[in-house]
Design a protein around this ligand. Structure first.
Ligand code: PRX
Length: 660
């Protein structure tokens, strides 16, 4: 098909410098939500006005008169004198607008069970849950921990908490009892909502026992008074009388009458923990009005959402920021119809995702490069068995998407025509920040391209000055944005130190980036000790401290090594205590992998662990991880002249080459 630009949809434009770009087809551009490029300069001229206009798409119980309060940087307030109820915005107002019969969630359980939930039904369930939580004592300002599988009750629980003006802290179901407990303690949660278990890889993966273990740690005393348990896996669990309650027993006492109350725009909506450069995870705090404004605006514009006709599917787990912003709040605020799938892509086989797209007629599909690469490995003959013709837009998130995976994604999943939006953002930014706009941008595989309207992203040198086109530097954000992190829960100083101390007036994202001659941005990965494994953030320090907590380990060094499928993989080097008799060097690898998974969660399990006698250190005793990374990635080891003992690397190298 030839469009007005004279380009054939499936063929890119070739540029003199060897790069390629894919302009939107005339047909796509024509129908796109945003197809007038002036949106960029209009927003740049008056960013606050732009965001205030976007905020008008929400229902406010008390209209705001202030837009941004930046009088006490870096603590921003957006729309501070306005009031709204986040859950009402995601539910009741759609029902009031006559959209109650629209499907909100097509739920697909891993074993094949399904549920279709309309906006009217979801609203009803959230109202009942809000009544139930009220009677359990949940009120504005409280924190509720949620440790759940990917099932509709997770969404219902989050919205019920939000409806009451309380804050949720969702902890990904793959985290260990230790990690869960640390998050419960840090937030001071009084209620935990969990499930007996959920389905993963064809079997029930238990959750409630981990909650029991978490609450039994440190002598048993915790802030938690009640545990509410959803029945899903039907696995055997123990209920502690007086503390544990079944959701399905409790809920029967409550009806669906519940009037939403407006809360201030800066009322905390949730805390979500993410890895930083030091051992303790950071509780990223997001608030209500600005957050909902930016997630809904970006969801509508970047995914070109047509809520009447699109079927949207984001594969992220709700335990991560992508699940919060682009499974729960963005899509529901926009009245979208979406798919929620409980399980893994390979269950019962690698056709599962594509069969779901075919079954529900998914038109917008949002996933991570690591998943795309895993599907590529399995071969195109699998997706080719399914009718994917409903797909009209594809999204990518979590790490840079390599051009090869980009082309495969577009060709095999997007019929060679679907625009791909490569979206850069973070737990801290709350919503998309850098991304193509599918009706406007000529796409470049591998580049997230440009800051979204109203966002001021820069690539700067160490002095904080913008670099010239063609150069690399550090990614910063200059002006506050509505969905930005407000602080680190309970630690304002860490918030300042982590993000604002480097450049003062610019938010330091921790990512390296390059700007090309057209001004497009190419993300280059983290510049700090944070690893990105399958799009999940892990800190080297957190895994190192888990390793040295093992009685046999004296010292450890962890690096993120390039990995074909997961982007990066955890590789650890450990020194065993000389006197210890717990582990032999032969069983150390398996035992320590298990230990890390038990301490943090399976996502942190190292790909390899090497037992060594020494670690490469500078004369001042600093571990030179750069050299270990060279080894782990099979490269020639870089400059070793600053090492205290230059021989160390050859001994370690011999170990690595020997397999152990
Ligand atoms: O390094 C960037 C990478 O993921 C980090 C944020 O991780 P997290 O807070 O867990 O949120 C992930 C989902 C939003 C960033 O600092 N990252 C995320 N998206 C991209 C990316 N790197 C390159 N391209 C992306 N599209």
């Amino acid at each position: 098909m030839t469009d007005q630009l004279g380009t054939i949809e499936s063929h890119p434009l070739q540029h003199a410098d060897g790069t390629e770009s894919y302009p939107p087809s005339a047909a796509f551009r024509e129908q796109a939500n945003l197809n007038d490029p002036s949106v960029y300069w209009r927003a740049a001229e008056d960013p606050e006005g732009y965001w205030a206009d976007q905020a008008q798409n929400l229902a406010w119980t008390k209209p705001f008169t202030e837009i941004l309060d930046w009088t006490n940087p870096p603590f921003a307030k957006w729309f501070a004198d306005g009031e709204l109820n986040v859950a009402e915005n995601c539910l009741d107002r759609h029902v009031a607008a006559g959209l109650g019969d629209r499907v909100a969630i097509h739920f697909e359980g891993e074993p094949g069970d399904t549920r279709t939930i309309t906006y009217a039904e979801l609203t009803h369930e959230v109202k009942r849950a809000a009544n139930m939580l009220t009677s359990l004592g949940v009120a504005q300002g409280d924190r509720v921990a949620i440790y759940m599988p990917m099932i509709p009750e997770t969404v219902i629980a989050m919205l019920a908490v939000a409806r009451l003006g309380a804050a949720h802290s969702v902890v990904f179901g793959g985290f260990s009892a230790e990690s869960l407990r640390a998050r419960i303690d840090d937030a001071g949660a009084e209620l935990v909502i969990t499930a007996d278990g959920g389905y993963r890889k064809g079997r029930v993966s238990a959750l409630k026992p981990t909650v029991d273990d978490a609450l039994a740690l440190h002598g048993g005393g915790s802030t938690v008074e009640k545990v509410l348990v959803v029945q899903r896996g039907e696995n055997e669990i123990t209920m502690t009388p007086g503390r544990d309650l079944w959701w399905h027993d409790e809920i029967t006492a409550y009806d669906g009458e519940h009037t939403p109350q407006g809360f201030p725009a800066e009322n905390p909506l949730f805390i979500l923990y993410t890895s930083g450069t030091t051992g303790n995870p950071k509780g990223i705090l997001h608030t209500s009005g600005g957050y909902l404004t930016q997630v809904s605006t970006t969801h509508r514009n970047v995914f070109d959402l047509k809520p009447e006709t699109d079927v949207y599917w984001c594969t992220a787990d709700i335990g991560w920021i992508t699940g919060h912003s682009y499974v729960v709040y963005g899509p529901l605020a926009n009245g979208a119809t979406q798919v929620i799938y409980e399980g893994t892509p390979e269950t019962p086989d690698w056709g599962r995702w594509w069969s779901i797209i075919q079954k529900y007629g998914v038109s917008i599909f949002y996933t991570a490069p690591t998943a795309i690469r895993a599907c590529m490995k399995m071969g195109r003959q699998i997706p080719e068995q399914y009718d994917l013709s409903s797909v009209r837009l594809l999204g990518s998130v979590g790490e840079p998407i390599n051009p090869e995976a980009w082309r495969w994604y577009r060709e095999v999943i997007g019929a060679g025509a679907a625009p791909i939006v490569d979206t850069w953002w973070q737990t801290e930014t709350g919503a998309l920040m850098i991304s193509p706009l599918p009706g406007l941008t000529s796409l470049k595989p591998g580049s997230a391209q440009a800051a979204l309207p109203g966002i001021d992203v820069n690539v700067v040198n160490e002095q904080g000055e913008r670099v010239n086109p063609g150069q690399g530097g550090l990614l910063t954000i200059r002006r506050p944005w509505p969905s930005m992190v407000r602080t680190i829960w309970g630690d304002d100083q860490r918030f300042i130190d982590t993000y604002w101390s480097k450049f003062g007036d610019q938010y330091f994202a921790g990512d390296g980036a390059r700007v090309d001659e057209d001004g497009d941005i190419w993300l280059l990965g983290r510049v700090d000790d944070v690893m990105n494994v399958s799009g999940h953030r892990l800190s080297t320090a957190e895994i190192e401290s888990a390793l040295v907590e093992h009685h046999a380990v004296a010292e450890s060094a962890v690096v993120g090594a390039d990995d074909e499928t997961t982007g990066q993989a955890v590789v650890a080097f450990v020194i065993l205590k000389s006197q210890q008799t717990i582990l032999t060097p032969e069983d150390a690898e398996a035992a320590l992998k298990k230990h890390v998974a038990g301490q943090i969660g399976a996502i942190a399990r190292p790909r390899s662990i090497y037992v060594v006698n020494e670690l490469p250190k500078t004369r001042s005793g600093k571990i030179m991880r750069r050299l270990l990374k060279d080894l782990a990635e099979g490269r020639e080891v870089g400059d070793t002249t600053t090492l205290a003992d230059t021989m160390v690397m050859s001994t370690i190298q011999a170990k690595v080459a020997g397999g152990k």
